[in-house]
Design a protein around this ligand. Structure first.
Ligand code: GRF
Length: 199
């Protein structure tokens, strides 16, 4: 797989960047045809930026002090994305609402650590998701990869993967089990997107 057959991609982060790291590893092994051109974070000093540097991926931080509107944030993000020749945007732990310009509809994906539409929307992020799953007494949990539209966690779904909730689970143990599924779901969704966009 040479770089010219890989899709120029940006990864949007704000946390530990585990998916960014995983995508870079898959790309380096020739297992996912992505050319990671840019990492964008809305938080400074996060571990995701260290992963970007280690993998040689240019990175920028946008609006770390939360001064701009969602529309202005979107302008900044997609201006940077277009400057870098990016054709696919993968959100992985990016927590701000990001309005999608018309030209980008169907080319921005996100992963969420629940079986949407359950436990999605504003306020459902990080440990809060699995805490709510446990509190409700759910017997299964999982993750969802979906296209991003202009509302939180509500675009068309590409992939969902399920795992059990086990007796004695904590937020941490359940979160780790869900994340194992996330590592399978996101690359699978990217492959489905690539197949659909090349058809
Ligand atoms: C993942 O669990 C994903 O579902 C959610 O953010 C997490 C990734 O965050 N959208 P991190 O960057 O690995 O901390």
């Amino acid at each position: 797989m040479n770089a010219s057959s890989c899709l120029p991609t940006a990864v949007l982060v704000a946390g530990t960047g585990r998916h960014l790291d995983h995508f870079a590893q898959l790309g380096a092994r020739g297992e996912l045809p992505l050319d990671l051109r840019l990492c964008i974070s809305h938080k400074a000093g996060v571990r995701a930026l260290d992963h970007a540097e280690r993998h040689g991926i240019p990175s920028i931080v946008v609006d770390p002090d939360r001064r701009v509107t969602p529309g202005e944030l979107s302008e900044q993000v997609f201006a940077a994305v277009e400057q870098h020749g990016v054709q696919l945007v993968l959100m992985a732990g990016f927590l701000r609402l990001l309005p999608i310009p018309a030209a980008w509809e169907g080319r921005v994906l996100n992963i969420h650590p629940s079986l949407l539409p359950a436990f999605g929307g504003k306020g459902y992020y990080g440990d809060r998701v699995q805490a709510a799953v446990l509190q409700r007494g759910c017997k299964v949990a999982g993750c969802t990869v979906h296209y991003v539209n202009n509302e939180y966690d509500s675009g068309p779904i590409l992939v969902q993967r399920v795992c059990p909730v086990l007796p004695g689970d904590t937020v941490e143990s359940l979160g780790a089990r869900v994340f194992e599924q996330e590592l399978l779901a996101y690359p699978e969704a990217v492959r489905l997107h690539l197949e659909a966009s090349q058809a």
